[in-house]
Design a protein around this ligand. Sequence first.
Ligand SMILES: Cc1ncc(COP(=O)(O)O)c(C=O)c1O
Length: 399
Amino acid sequence: MATYNFDQLVERKNTNSIKWEYYQDYIPTAPPDALPLWVADMDFLCAEPIVQALRNRVDCQIFGYSNFRTPEYFGAVTGWFKRRFDWVVDNNNIFYSPGVVTAIAVLINILTKPGEGILIQRPVYYPFTNKIEANDRLVVNNPLTYDDGRYSINFIDLEQKIAHHNTKGMILCSPHNPVGLVFSVDELLRMVEICSRHGKWIIADEIHADLIRNGVTHYPLEKIAPHYKEQIISCTSPSKTFNMPGLKISNIIINNPVWQEAWNHLAAECLAISLANPLSIKAVEAAYNEGEEWLAQLKNYIDQNIEFAAAYLGENLPEAHLVYPDGTYLLWIDLNAYCSDQQVLEQLMHDEAKLILDQGYFFGEEGKGFERINAACPRSILEECLSRMTKALLTFNKA
Ligand SMILES: Cc1ncc(COP(=O)(O)O)c(C=O)c1O
């Protein structure tokens, strides 16, 4: 059994990396040569079985139009769901999208008309907002409650807002990016119960499902609410789990025959989103069939990174509050005690600390005074990031 070395520093220059090389295209105010811990991809080598499967496929030296709808592919995907979550998924209900965000954009167009509302729970992964607004739909915000350093769902507000005739459904981020919540069965069933009472659908973005702390359980929404599964669309992908988001492949589970037809029409016929690339097909099969050991070791490392960050902040930046994540590899840190002006905070991170992080306000105004750090990196990089952040904030507070 291989032992993976997640401490290894991996050179990411000359790989077209948006995280390391092209971040200024996305964050124009960011300085050059800064340390990037923003977008959610990992600074770890991909698992060897995946790399080997890609090598084998490259050795075929031909990359024609490719069909993913094979017993091997479906076996790998459904086998993973069954083994990891005891979730039985029918092959016929699996639809291809190059990414979860693409799928969400398509689904917004299938499930709503311009001007209609979609509920999200901010602070939340900002493409939810972007895709709703870019498609001329309305964001209906059900902000998470932040109380005593912990987040929870405001069910009363959720019910009031989902009940509105113009709100057609909700996009649930489960596990939740950036706050790291992994929802309990009770919480999930309560959301389903409220949506079902008002006849609203739920898109469950479960892309972070595999990246939860040891000892924590993620429950696929559809699995725990089989009675409502025709109104639930689950967005899944091995891309975050196995650090292959650039391979652009995701599996969207649609159980409702009307929406399946609508997907085939809009995604496949109108937009020609139907054929996966041959490398990504083989990468998914290898990841789900042979990636378990790598993932186990990765999860241990990330758990330790999070422990490390918690201890570091406790010792060096005691007024910072790390919202301890049960899921994701993202650190959501409340820095309001040191700097509550988001512009100043961003400037401090860029110009003093030379760090590229996701600013809290990207996720909605609820994120003001927070920074999101991607902790899926060698510990030495994480330590350097925390040290630069600490120095910048302490110097600012002394001045
Ligand atoms: C909640 C969530 N959904 C979707 C994505 C991106 O998915 P994709 O690359 O498949 O579009 C991310 C990436 O950070 C994410 O955090």
